[in-house]
Design a protein around this ligand. Structure first.
Ligand code: 3HC
Length: 303
């Protein structure tokens, strides 16, 4: 019988433990999403200091939920208890799904996927949270590229409902089905998309954000007025320059650059100002300053 659309899809694999590689803004958010849904999670970073920082993101984010009365301290403790963080990749050995969220560079991602081959089981699913790189190019770094899929979350990962699932020409149908089932268990709404730079959301969103930077760069309007126009005039939750600060200017640049190189549509040619701000270390909220200045790195409070 045809399953009803509301039914949570059944999984070919029984996945109880998820690995997340990279505990930056997105990776730590993904760890939180998985742990909130009851999965055991192994979070990997490259050294003890980065592990500590990643754990800190998780503690801050869940601590905020406690202070807002959205989570009890007991639940926070249970959630944190489901998460192991380490710099030892062999801890991923019994994960049925590994989600990679390392910096947006093909060489780094391919290196991670190449290493995973010798660590995880042959039928474990390997997912990349890439925003714009070719999932196929990442998949071919492994011995079994058919078990590789794109699983793209949005910032902040614990809040945004969407996940883009990227199927390559070689992704196995059962892998796709299982990732859909995981998305449902994580309380996310999946859309399925082919392997083209930027997928659906970033392809549309980043062109618009890039135009906002050009406007600001040309002194066409102030940052506050550009943002107010889109929030108050178009009903968006935040203006484009504030959103770039949330995403991270380095991430936005990398996404634009990849999409531009694929399609050569000048809408995606990164605004020069983005590059200048990145060189100056103004990456947005994570460094405490981007288009706006924040109380401290990682904070969303503008001073
Ligand atoms: N982590 C966890 N939870 C968070 C959070 C974070 N970083 N930031 C906000 N939240 C939660 C709050 O706890 C709150 O939860 P509650 O309703 O249960 O109390 C809820 O989100 C709303 O937060 P606030 O009241 O503090 O603030 P806002 O209502 O202004 O919402 C926002 C903040 C969720 C960031 C909202 O402004 C928004 O959705 N902005 C647009 C973000 C967006 O477009 N993201 C996509 C970027 S593109 C991308 O990520 C792709 C990548 O590849 C580049």
């Amino acid at each position: 019988a045809t399953p009803s659309v509301c039914e949570t899809p059944r999984m070919a694999r029984e996945i109880t433990k998820i690995g997340v590689i990279g505990l930056g803004t997105m990776g730590a958010g993904i760890v939180e999403v998985c742990a909130r849904s009851g999965f055991e999670v192994v979070g990997i970073e490259m050294n003890a200091e980065a592990v500590e920082r990643g754990r800190g993101h998780l503690e801050n984010s869940t601590g905020r939920a406690v202070s807002r009365g959205k989570m009890t301290e007991e639940d926070q403790k249970t959630l944190l208890g489901r998460v192991t963080t380490t710099d030892d990749m062999s801890a991923l050995a019994d994960c049925g799904l590994v989600i990679e969220a390392v910096p947006e560079r093909l060489d780094i991602k391919r290196d991670v996927f190449g290493k995973l081959d010798d660590i995880v089981a042959e039928d474990a699913i390997l997912a990349t949270n890439t925003s714009s790189l070719s999932v196929t190019d990442i998949a071919t770094a492994t011995r079994y590229p058919s078990r590789v899929v794109g699983f793209h979350f949005f910032n902040p990962a614990p809040v945004q409902k969407l996940v883009e699932i990227i199927a390559t020409v070689i992704t196995a149908p059962d892998v796709l089905d299982d990732v859909r089932a995981i998305a449902a268990r994580l309380g996310k709404e999946p859309v399925i998309v082919g392997d083209q730079a930027g997928f659906i959301a970033n392809r549309l969103l980043l062109a618009y954000l890039n135009r906002a930077v050009v406007m600001y760069e040309n002194k066409y309007a102030s940052r506050e007025d550009i943002d107010a126009a889109m929030v108050l005039g178009c009903g968006l939750p935040m203006g484009p320059l504030a959103l770039l600060d949330l995403i991270g200017l380095d991430v936005a640049y990398a996404v634009l650059d990849t999409i531009y190189k694929e399609g050569r549509d000048k809408l995606h040619a990164p605004a020069p100002m983005l590059k200048h701000m990145i060189s100056a270390g103004l990456l947005g909220r994570k460094t405490g300053r981007g288009f706006y200045t924040y109380e401290k790195p990682g904070s969303g409070t503008v001073v």
